[in-house]
Every structure is written in structure tokens, then in C-alpha cells.
Design a protein around this ligand. Structure first.
Ligand code: GLU
Ligand code: ASP
Length: 494
């Protein structure tokens, strides 16, 4: 045994990745906490002066892009740059993006800043998680899971700090100072990363140039068909006036249709010509169902930065001892509850496992979706108060975040791991990508929902929240009903 230093009993490299990701999430969630508020604030108050519908669509497109770009980001790391450099370049792009946002200026400059952050995150986010996995080599067991739990804590500590600092600076002092603080956070992350790179011991230094497994790549014909099909779909929807691709909400909608269409085509293609046996087909079908469940869950959950943030600003009494808290600060209750409740949930699953009672993945999905819906049921009552013209207390949002965090802890950790375990070997990395696509779709829908939010008249808000309740409860019940079948289809995977 070497007497090497460890980080909470884990390889030292975990500390490097923990702090880098902590600062990156500081900047991401910090900036996101004020994004929709800044966009919808009048230019007279130094905001961007966009209407809610447009701002909500930009919010959805930006947050979806962040996750969609992790697909090329992961691919480029594997084939061209290696993970270490991808994280470094990604961090630099993110920092530049926040610096651009820190310059007060035109809408064009603002969108340019968002594009930098989205591209940078696409490089950084998937690759930092995959190095965490690589630290543990072939160990697929509890140690590795514990490593990921610690890493998840880093994410949420970063989010908590970022949403606090950026909300106070951005909302109370100057929007651009808030964006600048996000840049400073990413800068600290970069310095820390650079100084402690050695602890990674060469992991991710070079591209893996993964050997192409038979069937790993989808065929060219399929790719061409997808591209042509997408163009035709856009043209058709524009012609039928279903969407208007010259506006931000139209682009967001068409992006949603494209993500759904391409995902359906992708699964259909694997089913028909993916060379799968019957058991593999069943497992891929389960992944498809998990994709739908995850997308619906995130569509509700990620409204933290859109609808719920607007509700916090416009319809919540945020005074505490005579001082009004910034609106974005209330989102902190999600990372706060993650930090507090993660150990509790960990203990619950272990206890239940010991009694062979740990619910399997489809049941956890059902429960997670229902908790998401319950959170919106709470918001429905809060909105009824707002609709009378009074302001709702902060307790409503806090309770909602507690329910949403419970849902997140039930659904999210098992989602990605079940997806990868169910994936036939040759589709392994593609199926990991599918999980990110579900997150992207959810974020996009979370933005579109906020388009129906009126900051000056709360009378429609209860119905808006109620529609999310129906969606979540409906999907949750479907998962619970199907869970028996799904369990069988999953074969050995739990
Ligand atoms: N909130 C977590 C993060 O930012 C998880 C997001 C997800 O898996 O979609 O890393
Ligand atoms: N809970 C989110 C992610 O885990 C972070 C956030 O939304 O603040 O980790």
C-alpha cells in the first residue's frame, strides 16, 4: 500500500474534479438564476427588455443547447482532444462567455455570450463526469458510486454559492456585475484545475481514439435521411403555420419537434436494423421509456430557473426583517436540500436494500415524477393566493423545492446508471448521450412553459401550474402501472 494522500478516502484526482466542477456550476447556476430576470427587465432598469414569451424561449434554447452540445463535446474529447484538454478549453470558453455577458451592450453581444457558455459547457460537462468514472478504473461497485455522490455534492455546493452571490450582485447591484461574478468563479476553477492537474495522473491526457465497434456508428444513409427529414419537417411546419421560425418561441418549438422526431427515428432505426436480440430489444425499449420519463421530469424540475423564478420575483413576498431578498436566491433551496437530504436518501436505499425492499428503477421513476407533480400542486395553491392580488409567502416555493429535490434524488441518480447498464455494449456511449438529450428536451419544455406566464396578471398562473401537475401525475402513474412489465424487460438490471 502506498501512503498516498487521499480526498475523503478517494483518489486525489477527485478533489481536483470536485472543485473544478464546483466552480463551473457556480458560474452556470449563478448566471442561470438571473438569466430570465435580466431578459424580462425593462431597458430603463438596465435589463434586456424582452417580452416573457421571447425570454422564456431563449432560456429554453440556451439550457437545452448546453446539454445537447455535450454530445459533440464528448465525441471531440474521445477522438481529438482528450478529456483533460477539453475541460480546460471548455472552462476558458465558459469564462469568456461570462465576460462577454458582463459587458453591457446590445442583444447581439448578449446572445454571443450565451453561445460561448453553451459551447464551453458542452466541452466541459460530459468530460469531467467521465474522468470521475475513469478514476476508479474497473471498479464498478460502491466506491465508484460514492465518488459520484461526493462529486454531486460539489455540483450543488457550487450551485448554492453561485446562485447566492450572482443573485445578490446581479439583482441588487448591477446585472453585469452578476455575470462578471460568474466569470470570476470560472476563473478560480481554471486556476485550481491547472495547479492540480497532476493528481489526475495522466487520465484523459490523450484522446482514446476508441476502436470502432461493429454497429457503433449509425450508418450514413440513416444520417442523411435524418438531415433531409429534419429540413422537410421544418419546411412543412412553417408552411402549415404550426410554428414561425423567425421568432425565438418558434425556433424553440421547432427544436422541440426535431429532438422528439430525431429521437424516435433513432430508436426505430436501432430496433429495426440495430442487430439486437430479443432481450436487447426489450432493454432498449425500457431505455426509451426512461427517456420519456426523464424528459417529463426535467420539464417540470428545470422550471426552477424559469416559471418558478418569475413567480418568486412577481408574486412572492420575499421580505425578511424588512429586507427584500433577490428573487433568484429562492432557487437555492434545491441545492440546499440536495446537500442536506442526499445522505438521508443514501441511508434509506441501503436500509431498504438490506430488506430486499429497495424499489427498482421504474418504480423510482414513478415516485420521482409524482413528487415533481406534488411540487407543482403546492405552487397551484400559491398561485391561487397570487390570483387574488396578494403575494404568496416564501414557504410555498421552499416546500416545492423540497418536494422537487426528493423527486430528483429518487429519479436522477438511477436514471443515468440504469440507462448505461441497459444499453447493448455497442450502443453504450450513444445511450449515455440519450440521457443528456432527455435533459435537453426537459429544459427546452421548461422554457416553453414559462412563455405562458404573465408577470402582471396572475389569473392564468394556477392553470399553468395545474397542467404540469397533470403531466407529472399522469406520467408517474403510467410508470407505476408498467413497472412490473418493465422489471421483466430489464432482465438482470435492477
Ligand atoms: N443538476 C445536475 C447537474 O447540473 C444534474 C443535471 C442532469 O443530470 O440533468 O449536474
Ligand atoms: N440539483 C441540481 C443538480 O444537481 C443543481 C441545481 O439545480 O441547483 O445537481
Amino acid at each position: 500500500m502506498s501512503a498516498e494522500k487521499t480526498f475523503l478516502g478517494h483518489p486525489r484526482g477527485l478533489a481536483t474534479l470536485f472543485f473544478t466542477e464546483m466552480w463551473e456550476r457556480f458560474s452556470y447556476y449563478g448566471m442561470r438564476a438571473i438569466l430570465i430576470l435580466f431578459m424580462t427587465t425593462e431597458t430603463a432598469q438596465q435589463g434586456l427588455g424582452l417580452d416573457v414569451e421571447t425570454s422564456a424561449a431563449v432560456y429554453g434554447l440556451y439550457t437545452a443547447a448546453v446539454y445537447l452540445l455535450s454530445l459533440p463535446g464528448g465525441w471531440l474529447a474521445d477522438n481529438v482532444f482528450g478529456q483533460q484538454k477539453s475541460i480546460w478549453y471548455g472552462g476558458i470558453l465558459i469564462m469568456i462567455g461570462h465576460l462577454v455577458l458582463a459587458i453591457p451592450g446590445s442583444q447581439e453581444i448578449f446572445f454571443l455570450g450565451l453561445a460561448f457558455v453553451a459551447i464551453g459547457t458542452g466541452f466541459l460537462k460530459p468530460n469531467i463526469s467521465s474522468i470521475v468514472g475513469d478514476l476508479y478504473g474497473d471498479d464498478k461497485g460502491a466506491k465508484r458510486d460514492a465518488g459520484f455522490s461526493i462529486f454531486y455534492m460539489g455540483i450543488n455546493i457550487g450551485s448554492l454559492l453561485g446562485q447566492t452571490v450572482v443573485s445578490f450582485l446581479g439583482e441588487k447591484v448591477d446585472w453585469h456585475m452578476g455575470f462578471g461574478a460568474a466569470a470570476v468563479g470560472m476563473f478560480l476553477g481554471l486556476v485550481q484545475y491547472r495547479l492540480s492537474l497532476g493528481t489526475l495522473k495522466g487520465i484523459g491526457e490523450k484522446p482514446e481514439k476508441k476502436v470502432k465497434l461493429p454497429g457503433e456508428r449509425t450508418s450514413n444513409t440513416f444520417t442523411y435521411a435524418l438531415v433531409i427529414g429534419s429540413i422537410l419537417l421544418i419546411a412543412l411546419l412553417q408552411y402549415l403555420k404550426v410554428v414561425d421560425v423567425t421568432t425565438a418561441p418558434g425556433i424553440a418549438e421547432i427544436t422541440g419537434y426535431l429532438i422528439v422526431g430525431i429521437t424516435l427515428a433513432y430508436f426505430a432505426n436501432i430496433f429495426i436494423s440495430g442487430g439486437l436480440n430479443t432481450q436487447e430489444r426489450k432493454q432498449v425499449f425500457v431505455i426509451f421509456l426512461l427517456f420519456i420519463g426523464a424528459a417529463i421530469f426535467w420539464a417540470g424540475f428545470e422550471q426552477a430557473g424559469s416559471t418558478l423564478n418569475l413567480f418568486s420575483r412577481d408574486y412572492t413576498d420575499r421580505f425578511i426583517f424588512g429586507y427584500e431578498l433577490p428573487a433568484g436566491v429562492l432557487q437555492n433551496f434545491n441545492p440546499f436540500f440536495i446537500i442536506v437530504l442526499s445522505p438521508v436518501f443514501g441511508a434509506i436505499w441501503i436500509r431498504l436494500s438490506a430488506r430486499q425492499m429497495n424499489p427498482h428503477t421504474p418504480v423510482k421513476f414513478g415516485i420521482g415524477l409524482i413528487f415533481m407533480a406534488l411540487g407543482f400542486l403546492v405552487m397551484y395553491f400559491a398561485a391561487l393566493i397570487a390570483a387574488t392580488g396578494a403575494k404568496a409567502g416564501m414557504g410555498w416555493l421552499i416546500f416545492t423545492y423540497m418536494l422537487h429535490t426528493t423527486g430528483e434524488l429518487t429519479l436522477s441518480p438511477v436514471g443515468l446508471s440504469a440507462t448505461t447498464k441497459l444499453a447493448p455494449r455497442k450502443y453504450y456511449s450513444q445511450m449515455m448521450g440519450i440521457w443528456f438529450v432527455a435533459t435537453a428536451l426537459g429544459n427546452l419544455i421548461a422554457g416553453l412553459f414559462a412563455g405562458g406566464f404573465d408577470p402582471n396578471d396572475a389569473s392564468q398562473v394556477p392553470d399553468l401550474f395545474l397542467s404540469v401537475v397533470y403531466l407529472g401525475v399522469g406520467a408517474g402513474i403510467v410508470f407505476l402501472v408498467l413497472s412490473g412489465f418493465m422489471k421483466k424487460w430489464m432482465g438482470e438490471v435492477k
